[in-house]
Design a protein around this ligand. Structure first.
Ligand code: PLP
Length: 422
């Protein structure tokens, strides 16, 4: 089967690629760049680069405190970015969008403040926190820290042999002791798209809160937080054609308003005296200090860019290119995909092993041919332990990936096999 994503009339990959300056780069040896590491970080279109540069060049000032024209412009741009992000993910209110430095900080924020809550939501020694074995370390370690602080017990969903979440024990795992269920929407290591609805339904049935790590979902799927049903959702700007240094924690407003602050400092307060302080309403309560102003402006431009393409079209391209890659990679003798091998409920990241070649050697050999993939544990060590491997190589695709690049990967892997005589 050949999936020609390039010829799709509404979705013109060649034209889209012109928006990303780095994709025209030649690497050492005059090799064209074949960038297959977008799950790690995506590239940025010129409009995003321009938005950040223009902000610093023409509108730079601190926000929400500088009483002059530049201050007003910077504040309008920063808060305008919040509006754009809220609209893009279907947040019921802009005040539910908290800017953080990345998804990691967003997940730490929610885990930390939930550990400080007192009253009926207090987490203690009889509480249970449920995650999954396919989490990124960013959605494991904060919950382990919370359990250490509170005495709560950490539990997790396992993974089936074909890389899906094992929901067999859903009702037992998520029970009346469960305070929080936190899970990834799309796995960065396996590519699996998890079925959130039954998990959210069960969690709410027992009164637990649901946190969704949408770091790999928001870049590639249409998202409507208003109907998702989760309580908190974290994602990160640099994987969705935005700048580094900006992430988002979305939370239901009534919950955010109940929570204590995370970091203390400027702009998160209502009043401060030497004895005590009171706190601002969300989202300011969770944005202490000078925020990521230029980065938020860049994220706003990224959202405009994605909206101009349409997330349905992006998702369809991702599905088609992943289907093509799954098929082509399985033609390579000795290659084993770790994760679902069919493009059903599957995102655009494919981890694999090649018999007889260490993943780091695969990545190095591919790099020498201009092909960028990731090798290692992809910050998901428990997934690798589950499948009995130390590490894998991972190719990941995005809205600018072409079938020709997938073909180059397959040729590169054949070359790697010849090089290592396997
Ligand atoms: C599923 C998932 N969660 C969380 C993260 C953390 O993102 P960041 O490093 O931007 O905080 C990543 C990044 O790879 C990820 O893929």
């Amino acid at each position: 089967m050949t999936v020609s994503t390039e010829s799709a009339s509404a979705y013109d990959v060649a034209k889209i690629r012109e928006d990303f300056p780095v994709l025209a780069r030649r690497l050492d040896g005059d090799k064209p760049l074949v960038y297959l590491d977008s799950a790690n970080t995506s590239h940025k279109p010129q409009v995003v680069i321009d938005a950040v540069a223009d902000h610093y060049a023409m509108h730079n000032a601190n926000v929400a405190r500088a009483m002059h024209q530049l201050g007003a412009e910077a504040t309008a741009a920063f808060e305008g970015a919040r509006d754009k992000v809220a609209r893009f993910v279907g947040a019921p209110s802009r005040d539910e969008v908290v800017f953080t430095k990345n998804a990691t900080e967003a997940l730490n924020l929610v885990a930390h403040v939930l550990g400080s809550v007192r009253g009926s939501r207090q987490i203690g020694a009889s509480s249970e926190i449920v995650i999954t074995e396919m989490e990124h370390h960013s959605n494991i370690v904060p919950w382990q820290l919370l359990c250490e602080r509170t005495g709560a017990r950490l539990r997790w969903f396992g993974i089936t042999d074909d890389g899906r979440l094992d929901l067999g024990a859903l009702d037992e795992l998520v029970n009346e002791h469960t305070s929080v269920v936190s899970l990834t929407w799309v796995s960065n290591a396996l590519g699996t798209v998890n079925p959130l609805a039954p998990i959210i339904e069960r969690a709410h049935e027992v009164g637990a809160l649901v946190v969704v790590d949408a770091s790999q979902a928001v870049p590639q799927l249409p998202v409507d937080l208003g109907s998702l049903g989760a309580d908190f959702v974290a994602f990160t700007g640099h994987k969705m054609v935005g700048p580094t240094g900006i992430g988002v924690l979305w939370g239901r407003y009534d919950l955010l308003a109940e929570l204590p602050p995370f970091l203390g400092g400027g702009e998160m307060i209502a009043t401060v005296s030497m004895e005590r302080s009171t706190y601002a309403a969300p989202p300011s309560r969770f944005e202490a200090g000078t925020p990521q102003i230029a980065q938020a402006v860049g994220l706003g431009a990224a959202v405009d860019y994605l909206e101009s393409m349409g997330m349905k079209a992006v998702a369809e391209h991702e599905r088609a290119i992943t289907a093509y890659a799954l098929e082509r990679l399985q033609e390579v003798g000795g290659l084993r995909i770790v994760g679902p091998t069919e493009a059903v409920d599957r995102g655009g990241a494919i981890s694999f092993e090649l018999a007889g070649v260490h993943p780091h050697d695969i990545s190095q050999l591919l790099d020498s041919q201009g092909i960028a993939v990731r090798a290692g544990h992809h910050c998901a060590k428990p997934v690798h332990a589950r499948f009995g491997v130390q590490s894998t190589a991972r190719a990941s695709f995005y809205l600018y990936t072409t079938t020709a690049e997938v073909d180059a990967l397959v040729e590169g892997l054949e070359h790697t096999k010849r090089f290592f005589k396997v």
